[in-house]
Write a protein that binds this ligand. Structure first.
Ligand SMILES: Nc1ncnc2c1ncn2[C@@H]1O[C@H](COP(=O)(O)OP(=O)(O)OP(=O)(O)O)[C@@H](O)[C@H]1O
Ligand SMILES: [Mg+2]
Length: 204
Protein backbone atom coordinates (compact mmCIF):
# COMPACT_ATOMS: atom_id res chain seq x y z
CA UNK A 1 0.00 0.00 0.00
CA UNK A 2 1.41 3.40 -0.90
CA UNK A 3 0.91 6.40 1.34
CA UNK A 4 -0.68 9.62 0.27
CA UNK A 5 -0.02 13.18 1.27
CA UNK A 6 -3.20 15.19 1.94
CA UNK A 7 -3.23 18.85 2.95
CA UNK A 8 -5.94 21.22 4.18
CA UNK A 9 -5.66 24.92 3.43
CA UNK A 10 -7.60 28.15 3.87
CA UNK A 11 -7.44 31.51 5.61
CA UNK A 12 -7.44 31.76 9.42
CA UNK A 13 -10.84 30.74 10.74
CA UNK A 14 -11.99 29.07 7.51
CA UNK A 15 -12.68 25.80 9.36
CA UNK A 16 -9.68 23.58 8.61
CA UNK A 17 -9.13 22.26 12.15
CA UNK A 18 -12.83 21.55 12.61
CA UNK A 19 -12.64 18.79 9.99
CA UNK A 20 -9.21 17.24 10.55
CA UNK A 21 -10.49 14.45 12.77
CA UNK A 22 -13.18 13.47 10.24
CA UNK A 23 -10.66 13.45 7.42
CA UNK A 24 -8.25 11.28 9.41
CA UNK A 25 -11.09 8.92 10.30
CA UNK A 26 -12.03 8.60 6.62
CA UNK A 27 -8.45 7.60 5.83
CA UNK A 28 -8.24 5.22 8.81
CA UNK A 29 -11.45 3.51 7.78
CA UNK A 30 -9.61 2.34 4.67
CA UNK A 31 -7.14 0.51 6.89
CA UNK A 32 -4.25 2.93 6.45
CA UNK A 33 -1.97 4.37 9.14
CA UNK A 34 -2.62 8.12 9.45
CA UNK A 35 -0.09 10.71 10.55
CA UNK A 36 -1.78 14.00 11.49
CA UNK A 37 0.50 16.98 11.54
CA UNK A 38 0.62 20.74 10.96
CA UNK A 39 2.66 23.63 9.64
CA UNK A 40 4.44 25.66 10.60
CA UNK A 41 5.58 23.05 13.10
CA UNK A 42 5.36 19.28 13.05
CA UNK A 43 8.80 18.71 14.66
CA UNK A 44 10.38 20.07 17.87
CA UNK A 45 12.53 22.53 15.88
CA UNK A 46 9.60 23.35 13.62
CA UNK A 47 7.42 24.19 16.63
CA UNK A 48 10.14 26.57 17.90
CA UNK A 49 10.22 28.23 14.47
CA UNK A 50 6.41 28.40 14.56
CA UNK A 51 6.62 30.35 17.80
CA UNK A 52 8.98 32.83 16.15
CA UNK A 53 7.01 33.40 12.95
CA UNK A 54 3.67 33.68 14.74
CA UNK A 55 4.85 36.12 17.40
CA UNK A 56 8.07 37.98 16.46
CA UNK A 57 8.12 40.91 14.01
CA UNK A 58 10.38 40.24 11.00
CA UNK A 59 11.11 41.01 7.36
CA UNK A 60 8.91 39.25 4.77
CA UNK A 61 11.74 37.27 3.17
CA UNK A 62 12.95 36.19 6.63
CA UNK A 63 9.43 35.00 7.36
CA UNK A 64 9.33 32.92 4.16
CA UNK A 65 12.79 31.46 4.90
CA UNK A 66 11.73 30.40 8.40
CA UNK A 67 8.54 28.81 7.03
CA UNK A 68 10.59 26.81 4.54
CA UNK A 69 13.25 25.94 7.15
CA UNK A 70 10.54 24.47 9.39
CA UNK A 71 9.06 22.69 6.34
CA UNK A 72 12.40 21.11 5.46
CA UNK A 73 12.70 19.58 8.94
CA UNK A 74 9.10 18.43 8.74
CA UNK A 75 9.64 16.73 5.39
CA UNK A 76 12.89 15.04 6.39
CA UNK A 77 11.84 13.93 9.86
CA UNK A 78 8.13 13.24 9.54
CA UNK A 79 6.47 13.45 6.12
CA UNK A 80 8.88 11.51 3.90
CA UNK A 81 9.48 8.66 6.41
CA UNK A 82 5.72 8.29 6.92
CA UNK A 83 5.00 8.15 3.18
CA UNK A 84 7.90 5.71 2.69
CA UNK A 85 6.37 3.22 5.14
CA UNK A 86 2.97 3.50 3.46
CA UNK A 87 1.27 5.82 5.96
CA UNK A 88 -1.05 8.60 4.85
CA UNK A 89 -0.13 12.08 6.00
CA UNK A 90 -2.86 14.64 6.78
CA UNK A 91 -1.23 18.03 7.16
CA UNK A 92 -2.87 21.28 8.34
CA UNK A 93 -1.21 23.74 5.88
CA UNK A 94 1.84 23.27 3.62
CA UNK A 95 3.58 25.30 0.88
CA UNK A 96 0.30 26.54 -0.61
CA UNK A 97 -0.12 28.48 2.65
CA UNK A 98 3.29 30.12 2.16
CA UNK A 99 2.23 31.05 -1.38
CA UNK A 100 -1.05 32.49 -0.13
CA UNK A 101 0.20 34.31 3.01
CA UNK A 102 3.71 35.37 2.03
CA UNK A 103 3.16 36.03 -1.71
CA UNK A 104 -0.52 37.03 -1.64
CA UNK A 105 -0.67 38.59 1.81
CA UNK A 106 2.81 40.08 2.19
CA UNK A 107 3.82 40.56 -1.43
CA UNK A 108 6.75 38.14 -1.54
CA UNK A 109 8.01 37.73 -5.11
CA UNK A 110 6.43 34.58 -6.61
CA UNK A 111 9.76 33.75 -8.28
CA UNK A 112 11.46 33.71 -4.86
CA UNK A 113 8.73 31.41 -3.57
CA UNK A 114 9.28 29.08 -6.53
CA UNK A 115 13.03 28.98 -5.84
CA UNK A 116 12.48 28.11 -2.17
CA UNK A 117 9.94 25.46 -3.06
CA UNK A 118 12.34 23.94 -5.61
CA UNK A 119 15.12 23.90 -3.00
CA UNK A 120 13.10 22.45 -0.12
CA UNK A 121 10.84 19.97 -1.90
CA UNK A 122 11.83 19.63 -5.56
CA UNK A 123 9.93 16.36 -6.04
CA UNK A 124 7.20 16.41 -3.43
CA UNK A 125 3.75 17.99 -3.71
CA UNK A 126 0.57 16.99 -1.88
CA UNK A 127 -1.45 14.31 -3.67
CA UNK A 128 -4.62 16.22 -2.82
CA UNK A 129 -5.26 19.63 -1.26
CA UNK A 130 -8.61 20.59 0.28
CA UNK A 131 -9.01 24.37 0.22
CA UNK A 132 -11.64 25.74 2.61
CA UNK A 133 -12.77 28.89 0.85
CA UNK A 134 -14.47 31.55 2.96
CA UNK A 135 -15.10 35.28 2.91
CA UNK A 136 -12.58 36.96 5.29
CA UNK A 137 -15.34 38.86 7.09
CA UNK A 138 -17.17 35.64 7.93
CA UNK A 139 -13.91 33.93 8.99
CA UNK A 140 -13.06 36.86 11.28
CA UNK A 141 -16.49 36.74 12.91
CA UNK A 142 -16.09 33.00 13.55
CA UNK A 143 -12.68 33.59 15.11
CA UNK A 144 -13.87 36.41 17.33
CA UNK A 145 -16.32 33.94 18.85
CA UNK A 146 -13.30 31.87 19.96
CA UNK A 147 -11.95 34.66 22.17
CA UNK A 148 -8.33 33.60 22.28
CA UNK A 149 -5.28 35.84 21.93
CA UNK A 150 -4.71 36.41 18.16
CA UNK A 151 -1.25 35.71 16.66
CA UNK A 152 0.72 38.00 14.31
CA UNK A 153 -1.25 36.80 11.26
CA UNK A 154 -4.65 36.77 12.92
CA UNK A 155 -4.17 40.44 13.85
CA UNK A 156 -3.91 41.40 10.16
CA UNK A 157 -6.72 43.45 8.59
CA UNK A 158 -9.50 41.90 6.51
CA UNK A 159 -7.85 43.22 3.31
CA UNK A 160 -4.80 41.05 4.07
CA UNK A 161 -7.00 37.95 4.23
CA UNK A 162 -8.74 39.02 1.03
CA UNK A 163 -5.36 38.89 -0.72
CA UNK A 164 -4.51 35.57 0.93
CA UNK A 165 -7.83 34.11 -0.21
CA UNK A 166 -7.29 35.36 -3.78
CA UNK A 167 -3.78 33.86 -3.87
CA UNK A 168 -5.14 30.52 -2.64
CA UNK A 169 -7.74 30.54 -5.43
CA UNK A 170 -5.05 31.51 -7.95
CA UNK A 171 -2.95 28.55 -6.77
CA UNK A 172 -6.01 26.29 -7.02
CA UNK A 173 -6.40 27.30 -10.66
CA UNK A 174 -2.74 26.70 -11.54
CA UNK A 175 -2.69 23.35 -9.68
CA UNK A 176 -6.23 22.34 -10.57
CA UNK A 177 -5.61 18.58 -10.58
CA UNK A 178 -4.75 18.29 -6.90
CA UNK A 179 -6.88 21.16 -5.51
CA UNK A 180 -10.42 20.64 -4.26
CA UNK A 181 -12.09 23.93 -3.36
CA UNK A 182 -14.70 23.57 -0.63
CA UNK A 183 -17.33 26.22 0.06
CA UNK A 184 -16.75 26.77 3.80
CA UNK A 185 -19.60 29.27 4.23
CA UNK A 186 -22.24 26.59 4.83
CA UNK A 187 -23.03 24.96 8.23
CA UNK A 188 -20.46 22.51 9.64
CA UNK A 189 -22.33 19.38 8.54
CA UNK A 190 -22.63 20.62 4.94
CA UNK A 191 -18.93 21.53 4.84
CA UNK A 192 -18.10 18.06 6.15
CA UNK A 193 -20.23 16.45 3.43
CA UNK A 194 -18.42 18.51 0.75
CA UNK A 195 -15.07 17.50 2.22
CA UNK A 196 -15.99 13.82 2.25
CA UNK A 197 -17.23 14.01 -1.34
CA UNK A 198 -13.99 15.72 -2.38
CA UNK A 199 -11.96 13.08 -0.50
CA UNK A 200 -13.81 10.30 -2.33
CA UNK A 201 -13.08 11.98 -5.68
CA UNK A 202 -9.44 12.63 -4.80
CA UNK A 203 -8.75 9.15 -3.44
CA UNK A 204 -11.10 6.75 -5.22
N1 LIG B 1 -19.12 25.70 8.92
C1 LIG B 1 -19.00 26.43 10.03
N2 LIG B 1 -19.99 27.21 10.43
C2 LIG B 1 -19.87 27.97 11.55
N3 LIG B 1 -18.79 28.00 12.35
C3 LIG B 1 -17.75 27.23 11.99
C4 LIG B 1 -17.80 26.41 10.81
N4 LIG B 1 -16.61 25.76 10.71
C5 LIG B 1 -15.87 26.17 11.75
N5 LIG B 1 -16.54 27.03 12.53
C6 LIG B 1 -16.04 27.72 13.75
O1 LIG B 1 -15.14 28.70 13.29
C7 LIG B 1 -14.01 28.81 14.15
C8 LIG B 1 -12.75 28.59 13.33
O2 LIG B 1 -12.73 27.24 12.86
P1 LIG B 1 -11.36 26.42 12.81
O3 LIG B 1 -10.58 26.58 14.05
O4 LIG B 1 -11.70 25.04 12.34
O5 LIG B 1 -10.64 27.22 11.61
P2 LIG B 1 -9.17 27.07 11.06
O6 LIG B 1 -9.29 27.19 9.59
O7 LIG B 1 -8.55 25.86 11.60
O8 LIG B 1 -8.48 28.38 11.65
P3 LIG B 1 -6.91 28.65 11.93
O9 LIG B 1 -6.29 28.84 10.60
O10 LIG B 1 -6.89 29.90 12.74
O11 LIG B 1 -6.38 27.44 12.66
C9 LIG B 1 -14.23 27.76 15.24
O12 LIG B 1 -14.78 28.40 16.36
C10 LIG B 1 -15.21 26.81 14.63
O13 LIG B 1 -16.01 26.18 15.60
MG1 LIG C 1 -6.75 25.57 12.65
Amino acid sequence: MTGRFLTVEGIDGAGKSSHLAALSEAVRSRGAEVVMTREPGGTPLGEKLRGLVLHDAMDGVTEALLMFAARREHLVQVIEPALARGAWVVCDRFSDATYAYQCGGRGLDRAVFAQLEALVHPERQPDATFLFDLDPGVAAARQRAQRREPDRFEREAEAFFGRVRDAYLERARTHAKRFHVIDASTPLEAVRASLMAAFARACP
